[in-house]
Design a protein around this ligand. Structure first.
Ligand SMILES: [Zn+2]
Length: 315
C-alpha cells in the first residue's frame, strides 16, 4: 500500500515536471523558448505552425565555459538567437554545431564571431565549401546547401572541426555526443545528444510528425537509406528522453522518434512490396495507408509521391 502511494506521488510529480519542462516562455515577438533542462533550451518559431518562418529549431546549451548552439536558422536571425541567449546567460557563444548544410539550419552562422568553433560532419563541410551550390532552391535566390554564404572572405567561417562517425565534445555535465549513422536527409546529418539532459537534437532526420523532405538532388540524401539510418540511430543512441526535432513547433519524446522510424520504415516496406507486385508509383501512392499505430504521423500526397519515386529509382 505504502509503495503504491509512493508510485502515485512519483507519477504526479513526473507529469508536473513534464508540463513545467515544456512550458513556453514568450521571450520575443516571434521566437519561443522551451526549457528542456536547467541549461538546455529549444528556440523555436511561434509565428509559423510549421516552424519554417525562421528556419529550423535551435538548441541553446549553457556549459561551464560558454554557450553551444545547434543550428542557426535562416540568414538574418543571428541577433534574434543572441537575444534569446542573453535572456538566459551572459556567457559568450563559443561553439556552433550544424546538424547539416541547409540554408535554414546554417543561415546565421556568419553573423557570429569567426572565433566560434563551428562543428559539422565532414560531408556537411564538403557541401558548405563546394563550388556547386545546387539548383538555387534556397533562400533569396541562394542555394539550399548554403555554400554561397561561405565564399571569399566568409570562407573563414567554414567549420574547422569535423568528424566521420562519432565525436564527443566537453566532459562531465557538459558532455555532448555527435553521431552520424549514414545517408538520410542529406549525406552529412548529425544527431546531437546532450548527455546529462538526456536530450537529443535530430536536425532534419526527424523534422516533424510526418514524412520528411529528403534532399537527394543537391546534398546526396537518400530515401532508400533514410530508414536504415533511423534504425541505426534508434539502436545506437541510449538514455534520451526528450527530442528537439528539426522543425516541429514543440519538443517531442524519444518514443515519438522511435515511432517515426517505424512509420518511415513501414512506408518503405509498403513501397517495396508494391513495386515487387508490379504496381506503379501512382498505384503505390493511392493504396498507401498510415498504419493505425502511427496515426500521429501525416503523409501528405505530394511528399509521399516524391519519396516513393526516389525509392523506385533507388535514390
Ligand atoms: Zn534540411
Amino acid at each position: 500500500m505504502k509503495r503504491n502511494i509512493c508510485l502515485a506521488l512519483l507519477t504526479i510529480v513526473g507529469v508536473f515536471a513534464t508540463m513545467t519542462t515544456y512550458a513556453a516562455r514568450q521571450d520575443r515577438a516571434s521566437l519561443t523558448v522551451y526549457d528542456i533542462a536547467d541549461n538546455l533550451f529549444m528556440l523555436a518559431n511561434a509565428s509559423s505552425v510549421q516552424g519554417m518562418g525562421g528556419g529550423g529549431n535551435t538548441a541553446i546549451f549553457v556549459t561551464n565555459d560558454g554557450v553551444t548552439l545547434v543550428d542557426t536558422k535562416i540568414k538574418g536571425y543571428g541577433q534574434d538567437i543572441l537575444a534569446a541567449v542573453r535572456n538566459i546567460t551572459d556567457k559568450p557563444v563559443t561553439t556552433i554545431i550544424n546538424t547539416h548544410t541547409h540554408w535554414d539550419h546554417t543561415g546565421s552562422n556568419t553573423e557570429f564571431p569567426d572565433t566560434v568553433n563551428f562543428v559539422v560532419h565532414e560531408n556537411t563541410r564538403g557541401h558548405l565549401a563546394s563550388d556547386a551550390c545546387g539548383d538555387g532552391a534556397g533562400f533569396q535566390g541562394g542555394s539550399i546547401k548554403n555554400c554561397d554564404s561561405f565564399k571569399g572572405a566568409n570562407a573563414r567561417f567554414l567549420p574547422k572541426t569535423t568528424y566521420s562517425d562519432t565525436l564527443t565534445l566537453f566532459s562531465g555535465a557538459d558532455q555532448i555526443d555527435l553521431y552520424h549513422f549514414g545517408r538520410g536527409h542529406t549525406d552529412g546529418d548529425t544527431f546531437v545528444v546532450f548527455r546529462a539532459a538526456r536530450a537529443m537534437h535530430t536536425g532534419d532526420m526527424f523534422q516533424r510528425l510526418g514524412l520528411p523532405f529528403i534532399d537527394a538532388p543537391n546534398s546526396n540524401g537518400s530515401a532508400s537509406e533514410f530508414g536504415e539510418t533511423l534504425e541505426k540511430a534508434v539502436a545506437g543512441i541510449s538514455n534520451v528522453d526528450t527530442v528537439i526535432p528539426g522543425h516541429n513547433p514543440v519538443p517531442v519524446t524519444w518514443n515519438d522518434f522511435v515511432n517515426f522510424s517505424g512509420f518511415y520504415n513501414d512506408m518503405v516496406m509498403q513501397t517495396q512490396q508494391g513495386k515487387a507486385a508490379g504496381r506503379s508509383v501512382d498505384e503505390v501512392v493511392s493504396t498507401y495507408s498510415v498504419p493505425s499505430q502511427y496515426s500521429d504521423f501525416s503523409a501528405a500526397e505530394g511528399r509521399l509521391r516524391t519519396t516513393v519515386q526516389y525509392i523506385f529509382d533507388g535514390q
